[in-house]
Each structure stands twice: as structure tokens, then as C-alpha cells.
Design a protein around this ligand. Structure first.
Ligand SMILES: Cc1ncc(COP(=O)(O)O)c(C=O)c1O
Length: 624
């Protein structure tokens, strides 16, 4: 067994394990004694009917996280002596896919959990779910008349839909519609807290946050509610610190500030029953347990106990009855339960195994390039690098000017790569990592081309440099012998991954195995359940991947409980305003023209049409 190169033990300890055959095992955190499931077996099973890339959702991971959040809060409440309950509310925007929502609702039923919505479409999803009578639907976001009416009317059928006031203008609309329908609303108020968070969402926290009412607007809203005899409808206070909060101290400070508002609003006369602290519970993507953008310096237990302890202290101090605690953890609920698995399609190797032989007619600079091999040493490493680039660049000028031919420049480029790789080997062997040459040599990493779209499946990697752990799902017992960066299948130079979570920190290249001819080699990208599926786009018209929901069973077995076929080409064409019938028709007319002119025969005509139709019904990704 080799070392845990990818740090699986760090970031994946609850969920993953390297099996004795070197494949990646999926542990069942709900049944710690059961044998892990071999992920390659799931992929093999899916390959019988479908093609990669796949999103594999592990339902047990989702259930585990929902249990964890609820049980850890309940435990803290018991231990600290808080005199009310906890309710989790899942924010639909984090992953709205129907199978995910269905399972969130199913697994959280026993906790009477609810849903948070931020738009009319999300409200419709929430209203159509089988929530319990005690569940809440919390409506954030900008609301129009239709949204408000629907929320108000839903209260009639025993759904507790709470309209969270986001602005004074919105409040006026709610008052007007409530009066016209003669219905009393269930209301919440969104507070803009002043505490800033660190990490990626720091800009959108505190005073500059786009959401919530600042203090002067809160007092206006309260006066307005009182004037309209609706103050008794204000039962919830909402605030949201931002996503992926890295530091536990920030959570304590923010909770304390939220309490102060709660106390003041209660003292004003509002019968607040719920304190909703929004999302923010982070995921330790790197497993470092540090206060950094991709990590967090706290455990779930610490998060819960810090919140409960702060609330109890503040409410006891103010002699306020303990309200029900609500959090809207999205990322932490769903991130771990989805894995993107894709195959490697091709490799671009920058290594040259042997030095091209020198001939008398070769340019003198080529012999100088080869002579560099004789003076590679720690003291002269920069000189070697400078010389090599100088000679190669001069020879490139000669090629551009027509003084050397294609075969000659090809030999020069090969020699360049050979010498450069020898310099790199020396730098690696002597561990000259801090030498300026070392960082320049990173460009030498080979490129592995994966069957996935960064823009569709990992949009945050592109947009905000999000890190997800990435590792091969096989050969984990064999030392990787290449260092690569990953390229996706789009024709965009941004479709690249060049930062990787490894056991020894975040690095610019991924250690990986050399791939043999015809070998199927798969990589897994982990913790992709939050935001990625929702934010993905259709760059180059690569659509949704095939999706499979699996349940882990005893003795290393598994069950595929749901399959969602990825987008067909006809579907992605329709998203960009093409009708597939129209496309087929115009192509058919074109073929017919050529056929009539006898430029193609009937066999060619049928072949063309058959292939075109097959493509339109096919997967948008590379198929074997
Ligand atoms: C109002 C609200 N609640 C909850 C969340 C979910 O946050 P997280 O995914 O960090 O738990 C968000 C996301 O930013 C949000 O805007």
C-alpha cells in the first residue's frame, strides 16, 4: 500500500477509504461496521447502460448529514440546558434537483424540518413537497404580488409559509395584499448584521451586504407593522452571515449580534418565536481544519454548541423566553453526497524519453542545448534554464524566417523538452522547491484531458477558484508516476484545473498514473453536491451529465435507486432556441438537393440522415 497521496484520510475520513485492491471504497457513515462499496463497481454497473461522466449521489451521505446537523444541535440543547428546540431548514437554491429535494424531505421528516425558498419557482417546489404540519417554509428574496398571494393562501391548507420582510417596499405590498385577502400573514424580518466574515464571501457580509434591513429601516418596519395591527404576525427573525464561514469566532460574534436584535424587537412587542441564523456552516474541502477559504477550523459539534451556548447566555441575560433555533445549512447538508466521476480521454505528454541524436548538419545552437546536460548543478540551475530558453527562442526565430525547416524545428523542440525534463528531474531530486526555476517548471506538467465540462459540473472551480478534492478511483495502491493538470472537454482555455488538494497541501499539479493504451481510467471529484449542479451552464452545449442515486448496502453491495439520463443534444439545442425537428428538416432538405444533383447516392444520403438523427438523440459528452 502506498501513502495516502491525495489526503483521503483527511478530507474524506467519514466517507471514503482506500480498499485493499487499490480502488476507492465508499464507507457507510450510518453503518460503520458494514463493508465499504467499491466505487469502480458502481461505475462499471452504470457503464452497462450509460456513458460517463456521471454524478453519483450517495443517499446515505445525505441522510447522515441531515442526522448530524439535527442530532448535534439536539445534543447541545440538552447539554447546555436551552429551553426550546432546533429546526433545520434546507435552502432549495443550494441543490434544487428533484431527487435531492425528495430525499432531503424524506430524511428530515423525523425532525419536522422545513425548506427555504428564494423565488416563486422554489416556492412552488416547496409547496408541492410532503412536509409535516410542523415544518416551515421560509420565504426570502424579492417577492411580487403573485408570490405573496400564494404564500398567504397556502397558510389556509395548514402549510406554515413565513414571508420574510426584505424591504420596506415589500412590507407595504404584503400589508396591501393581506388586507385585500383578509388574511393575517406569518411574518419574518431579515436583519442586516454588521459583523464581517473572512473568506470568499467577506465582501457581501456586514454593512455592504445586499440583503436585510439596516437598523433604521427595522424601526420603520416595526412602526408600520404596529400601525397596521400586524405586529402580532411577526414571529421570526432572519439573518444570514454568508456561506462557508471559515472561523468559529465569527459564528459566535454573529450569533450574539443577532440575539441583540431579537431581544430589542421582542421588547418592542413582536411575539418572535423563531431565531433563524441562515446558512454558513462550512465544509472542510481540504481536510486541514484551518480558518481558510476551503477549510473550517471547527467541527459540527462545536458549531452547534457555540450557537446554543451564545443564544442561552444572551437570552437569559435579557430575560427573554428561549425561541426555537433555526439554521439554513445548505452546503454542509448536500456537498458531500455527490461525486462527479469522469474518464480520461487523452493525454498530452511533455516528456521526451531520449535525446535526439546530433548530426553534422544540425545548427550549432542545438549542440549547445545538448551540452547543457553536462553542467546541470545546484549552483548553475538558473543558468541552465536561461541558456536552454535562449537557444530555443533563437532557433524559433530562424524557423519563422524560413532558415530552418519543419523537421529541424521538430528535432529542436524535442531536444528542448528532453533537456528541460532533465533540469526538472534535478530540481525534484535535490528538492530545490524554493528556487525560482522550480515554479517556472510547473508549466511542464503533462495535461490529462477529462470527459467533463468545468462550466457545467464544477462552475465554482472556474468562477471563484473553489477547491474540490480530486483523486483517481482506482490504482490507489500504486505510486503515481506523473504530475498533471486537468483539461475539460470544452474548447475553452479556461476549462482547466490546476490546483489540487493533496495530503501535503494544495499543489499546482495532480500526481496521477501513466495510462496504458485502451485503459479506462477514472477520476472522482468530491463534495460537489452544493451549488455546482445548480450554477452549471451550457458552455459549448455540454449539458447535464447522467446522474445516479445509489444506496449503500451490507457487505460491499449497493442499489441504484434512481437514474436520471443526462441531457440529450436535442434538449440542449432547445435551450438555445433550436427545434430539433426544424434542424433535421433543414439538414434533410440540404441532403436532398445533393442527392437530386446526383452528388451523393441513396446509401450516402441515408447514412448521413441516420447519423444526424442518432446524434440529436445522443449524449452531449464523449461516448465510446
Ligand atoms: C438566506 C440563505 N440561507 C441559507 C443559505 C445557505 O448557506 P450555506 O450553503 O452556507 O449553508 C444561503 C446561501 O448563501 C442564503 O442566502
Amino acid at each position: 500500500m502506498t501513502d495516502d497521496v491525495y489526503g483521503i484520510e483527511k478530507w474524506g475520513k467519514d466517507f471514503f477509504q482506500i480498499l485493499s485492491n487499490g480502488n476507492l471504497g465508499l464507507k457507510n457513515p450510518l453503518k460503520l461496521k458494514s463493508r465499504p462499496v467499491d466505487l469502480t463497481k458502481i461505475v462499471k454497473k452504470l457503464n452497462q447502460k450509460l456513458s460517463p461522466p456521471y454524478i453519483i449521489r450517495v443517499s446515505d451521505y445525505l441522510e447522515f448529514m441531515i442526522d448530524e446537523i439535527n442530532e448535534k444541535f439536539n445534543k447541545s440543547i440538552r447539554m447546555i440546558g436551552y429551553k426550546n428546540k432546533f429546526k433545520s431548514v434546507y435552502p432549495i437554491k443550494v441543490n434544487q434537483q428533484s431527487q435531492v429535494i425528495k430525499n432531503v424531505v424524506k430524511f428530515s421528516k423525523k425532525f419536522n424540518s422545513g425548506l427555504e425558498v428564494g423565488s416563486k419557482a422554489e416556492l412552488l417546489i416547496a409547496l408541492s413537497q410532503n412536509l409535516t404540519k410542523n415544518s416551515l417554509i421560509i420565504c426570502n428574496g424579492t417577492k411580487d404580488e403573485e408570490f405573496i398571494k400564494l404564500a398567504l393562501l397556502s397558510n389556509k391548507i395548514d402549510i406554515k409559509t413565513i414571508l420574510v420582510i426584505e424591504s420596506l417596499k415589500e412590507l407595504n405590498l404584503i400589508i396591501k395584499i393581506s388586507n385585500s385577502l383578509n388574511l393575517k400573514p406569518l411574518l419574518g424580518i431579515r436583519i442586516k448584521l454588521t459583523n464581517l466574515i473572512s473568506g470568499k464571501w467577506s465582501q457581501s457580509s456586514g454593512d455592504r451586504s445586499a440583503f436585510g434591513l439596516p437598523v433604521d429601516k427595522i424601526t420603520e418596519a416595526l412602526t408600520n407593522l404596529k400601525k397596521n395591527q400586524l405586529l402580532d404576525c411577526l414571529i421570526l427573525q432572519h439573518s444570514h452571515l454568508g456561506s462557508q464561514v471559515p472561523d468559529i469566532i465569527e459564528i459566535r460574534k454573529y450569533t450574539q449580534e443577532a440575539c441583540r436584535f431579537f431581544v430589542e424587537i421582542s421588547n418592542y412587542g413582536a411575539p418572535l418565536k423563531y431565531i433563524d441564523l441562515g446558512g454558513g456552516l462550512g465544509v472542510d474541502y481540504t481536510g486541514e481544519n484551518k480558518s481558510k477559504f476551503h477549510s473550517i477550523n471547527y467541527s459540527m459539534e462545536e458549531y452547534c454548541s457555540n450557537i446554543v451556548e451564545t443564544l442561552k447566555l444572551e437570552f437569559d441575560k435579557a430575560k427573554i423566553k428561549h425561541p426555537t433555533i433555526i439554521t439554513e445549512s445548505g452546503r454542509a447538508t448536500v456537498a458531500t453526497s455527490s461525486i462527479l466521476v469522469f474518464n480520461i480521454l487523452d493525454t498530452t505528454i511533455f516528456d521526451v524519453k531520449s535525446c535526439p541524436a546530433l548530426h553534422k548538419k544540425d545548427h550549432i545552437y542545438l549542440s549547445y542545448m545538448i551540452q547543457i546536460l553536462n553542467y546541470i548543478s545546484t549552483d548553475r540551475i538558473q543558468e541552465c534554464f536561461n541558456d536552454l530558453n535562449y537557444y530555443r527562442d533563437e532557433l524559433r526565430v530562424l524557423f519563422r524566417n524560413g532558415q530552418i525547416n519543419l523537421l529541424e524545428i521538430s528535432k529542436i523542440e524535442k531536444t528542448y523538452l528532453y533537456v528541460l525534463n532533465r533540469i526538472k528531474k534535478f530540481v525534484d531530486q535535490k528538492k530545490l522547491n524554493s528556487n525560482p526555476v522550480a515554479s517556472k517548471l510547473n508549466n511542464l506538467a503533462d495535461i490529462y484531458h477529462g470527459n467533463f465540462s468545468l462550466f457545467q459540473s464544477l462552475p465554482d472551480v472556474w468562477a471563484i477558484e473553489q477547491l474540490h478534492p480530486i483523486a483517481p478511483i482506482q490504482k490507489l495502491n500504486i505510486k503515481p508516476n506523473k504530475n498533471v493538470i486537468l483539461n475539460d472537454i470544452t474548447c475553452d482555455s479556461d476549462g482547466t484545473i490546476s490546483k489540487f488538494v493533496l495530503n501535503n497541501g494544495v499543489k499546482d499539479t495532480l500526481p496521477i498514473h501513466e495510462i496504458k493504451k485502451n485503459e479506462e481510467y477514472y477520476l472522482g471529484v468530491f463534495f460537489v453536491g452544493a451549488y455546482q449542479e445548480t450554477l452549471g451552464d451550457l458552455h459549448n452545449l455540454f449539458g447535464d451529465t447522467n446522474i445516479s442515486t445509489v444506496k449503500l448496502e451490507e457487505n460491499g453491495k449497493f442499489k441504484i435507486i434512481h437514474e436520471q439520463i443526462g441531457d440529450k443534444i436535442s434538449q440542449v439545442l432547445s435551450y438555445v432556441e433550436y427545434s430539433s425537428e426544424e434542424v433535421i428538416k433543414t439538414f434533410f432538405q440540404k441532403i436532398n438537393k445533393y442527392y437530386k444533383k446526383k452528388l451523393i447516392n441513396s446509401k450516402e444520403k441515408n447514412q448521413l440522415l441516420k447519423n444526424f438523427k442518432a446524434s440529436i438523440d445522443g449524449y452531449t459528452y464523449f461516448e465510446n
